[in-house]
Unconditional design. Structure first.
Ligand SMILES: *Cc1c(COP(=O)(O)O)cnc(C)c1O
Length: 378
């Protein structure tokens, strides 16, 4: 298939998101890849099998391929789109045999933590959980591992792992190195360029960007690994829907401008929260070692007082919406430790996904909700 020159990385990322995946147009064609709602595709003459695409669970449709070209172009590899971020992540884990050893971060997306615990129980995986910033700990944990799974910045503590040396150590130890790049986005961090074998995104989040779809994507450079991921997608039926792929493609076209604006807002809000007397800890990836390539759009902060104080603060917000998930154009906030499996987190920790609203309105909403905190009980 003819590839648009965007995939040769000769353009910047802000151009790639706009132009990649558009390589097949002829005069008179629509500007955008149409939504193709078809499970099955017409075959050629039965006497002349041509290896043509047959069935969309296995072979994909034009809008997946366009979306894959965009994210593959951003991450410098070949992308495989999935029905969700967890489908993409589990396709990577499913490359492993029973009894495999996996090194994974202590602070990691909750769904991945549960998936690993299930794999330990069902398949005898040995899962070594390593402090995200404990580089020496990673160097020890990669020995004998089949897979080193990294997530940086992490969800929800925004820990930054020193990816380059840890990936290098994983490779030296003969392990597959995978990075969940959902929080950083390919605009600030491209793990394949740092030596990783595979990078995974929940495209539900920043890449889709509008809280209106579930999708995931895995990107690798090695052909056998790409084929393994495609095979897993087909056999597990983790195929993305045609409408979701249309929306994801439309969403990723504005990733660069959305990210720039949300990151600008987040940076400003982190400083406001730092200075607020009713906030005890502000976690923001841009301040951690290794986090200076970009700051990101997610902030976690602890409200002074109890979980109930934090819940009341959320209840006073008028602009920032109380909702889980992240990476949409709208600002959202939630108290993570209320969720099953997240009880280990500080009880009053709020994770805020900063959107693209006017930053003055966000500051006013947050400070009003924090200022009017009820007087501490006597
Ligand atoms: C949300 C998320 C996932 C899972 O993605 P889904 O699209 O919800 O399946 C994986 N990793 C991280 C860091 C996430 O935030």
């Amino acid at each position: 298939m003819a590839q648009h020159p965007a995939n040769d990385r000769s353009f910047g990322t802000g151009t790639t998101v706009v132009v990649a995946g558009r390589g097949r147009e002829q005069p008179g064609d629509p500007m955008n890849v149409p939504i193709t709602l078809a499970s099955t595709l017409l075959g050629g003459h039965p006497a002349e099998p041509g290896g043509e695409p047959l069935y969309s669970r296995n072979d994909g449709l034009d809008s997946w391929v366009a979306f894959e070209e965009v994210v593959g172009g951003l991450e410098s590899g070949e992308a495989v789109a999935f029905s969700s971020g967890m489908a993409a992540a589990s396709a990577v884990f499913d490359q492993l045999p029973a009894g495999a050893t996996i090194a994974a971060p202590a602070d990691v997306y909750g769904g991945v933590a549960t998936f690993l615990a299930d794999g330990a129980a069902r398949l005898g995986w040995e899962v070594r959980r390593v402090g995200n910033t404990d580089t020496a700990g990673w160097f020890a944990a990669v020995e004998g591992a089949a897979l080193v799974w990294l997530e940086s910045p992490s969800n929800p503590l925004l820990e930054v792992t020193e990816l380059e040396p840890v990936i290098a150590a994983a490779k030296r130890a003969g392990a597959l190195a995978a990075v969940d790049n959902t929080f950083a986005s390919p605009l600030v961090q491209r793990p394949l360029e740092l030596g990783a074998d595979v990078v995974v995104h929940s495209a539900t989040k920043l890449i889709g960007g509008h809280s209106d779809l579930l999708a995931g994507i895995a990107v690798a450079a090695d052909e056998a690994l790409v084929a393994g991921l495609q095979r897993q997608r087909a056999l597990h039926g983790a195929t993305p829907g045609a409408l979701e792929m249309f929306l994801a493609l439309r969403g990723v076209r504005t990733l660069a401008v959305r990210f720039e604006r949300a990151q600008h807002n987040a940076r400003h809000l982190a400083a406001v929260l730092d200075a607020h007397p009713n906030v005890t800890t502000v976690r923001y990836a841009g301040r951690r070692p290794g986090g200076d390539a970009g700051y990101g759009t997610i902030i976690s902060f602890d409200v002074e007082g109890t979980a109930a104080d934090a819940d009341e603060m959320i209840g006073r917000l008028e602009l920032v919406r109380h909702a889980t998930s992240l990476g949409g154009v709208e600002s959202t906030i939630e108290r993570r430790s209320r969720l099953a499996g997240q009880e280990h987190l500080p009880p009053s920790l709020l994770r805020m996904s900063v959107g693209i609203e006017d930053v003055g309105d966000l500051v006013a909403d947050l400070t009003a909700a924090l200022d009017s905190r009820a007087a501490p009980a006597r």
